[in-house]
Design a protein around this ligand. Structure first.
Ligand SMILES: C[S@@+](CC[C@H](N)C(=O)[O-])C[C@H]1O[C@@H](n2cnc3c(N)ncnc32)[C@H](O)[C@@H]1O
Length: 250
């Protein structure tokens, strides 16, 4: 990877008005505010990119980066990995990280589930934060939601045992669905919904929605010790397996 502080590499597929690019373009990465296309092997070697970090924090769909960058400033010993599909927000956050001299932030521009499968290691994060993911209210668009029975194990798979997922939404139906989905999961403990976080509004959307008086659902979901191999029952519903093969037959 060549990192160049003056260069912003455009996404390969045509972005929409918000700068989202839905093709499988080579993910763009920013370390310490410097941006480059990622062409090295995956999954990312986070310990090399951001060495000597005590804990790892991931935020998916970080928007303008308010929460991620503020946490990175407050916790210089920890490593922060942000994923955002919209180029415009990604670049804004990368510029802010550079201006603030944050050397503990790694930003990835790309689609979260794709990057989860390809670029991010598994079972490394102490915290995963997902705030106000797009609710895709029309039922024909529900398949685009970040949380569903098939994706939930990918999202939880980022966590080490004992790590926690933090979630918030203002969308009542999506919030109820995510809560029900997580409560059915045998590997996690769900706490909430909470009225507010102890540190106040965390993201731009949260500030905006709180000001508008919208009801916000906030959940904290802990991956239990020893629960790594437990999958959501709805996600594995369609899994088919052939006959067992004994070790001698292999
Ligand atoms: C409603 S905004 C919330 C932004 C921020 N979390 C906040 O609370 O202010 C949703 C964000 O998620 C990003 N996003 C949506 N789908 C995504 C995906 N599949 N992968 C990565 N980012 C995504 C959008 O580009 C947008 O920035």
């Amino acid at each position: 990877m060549t990192l160049d502080s003056d260069c912003c590499v455009p996404a390969r597929s045509e972005p929409d008005r918000a700068g989202r690019s839905h093709g499988v373009a080579a993910p763009v990465v920013a370390v310490g505010g410097r941006i480059a296309e990622w062409t090295e092997p995956v999954p990312l070697l986070l310990d090399r990119l951001l060495p000597h970090r005590r804990r790892w924090v991931v935020e998916l769909g970080f928007g303008k980066g308010r929460f991620l960058l503020e946490q990175a400033r407050q916790r210089p010993g920890d490593g922060f990995v942000g994923v955002e599909v919209a180029s415009r927000y990604f670049r804004l956050a990368a510029r802010r990280a550079a201006r603030r001299g944050l050397d503990n932030v790694l930003l990835l521009r790309g689609e979260a589930l794709y990057l989860l499968c390809t670029h991010l290691p598994r079972a490394f994060a102490d915290e995963v934060h997902v705030y106000f993911p797009d609710p895709w209210p029309k039922s024909r668009h529900h398949k685009r939601r970040l949380f569903d029975a098939e994706s939930v194990d990918l999202l939880l798979g980022l966590l080490r045992c004992g790590g926690s997922l933090y979630f918030a939404t203002d969308h009542a139906e999506y919030g109820d669905e995510v809560e029900a989905l997580l409560r059915e999961h045998p590997g996690v403990e769900v706490r909430g919904p909470f009225a507010a976080w102890p540190d106040g509004p965390r993201t731009n959307y949260e500030i905006k929605y709180a000001r508008e008086g919208r009801q916000i659902r906030r959940l904290v979901v802990r991956l239990r010790a020893g629960a790594r191999s437990l999958l959501h029952p709805a996600g594995r519903r369609d899994l088919l397996m052939g006959p067992r093969v004994s070790a001698a037959e292999r």
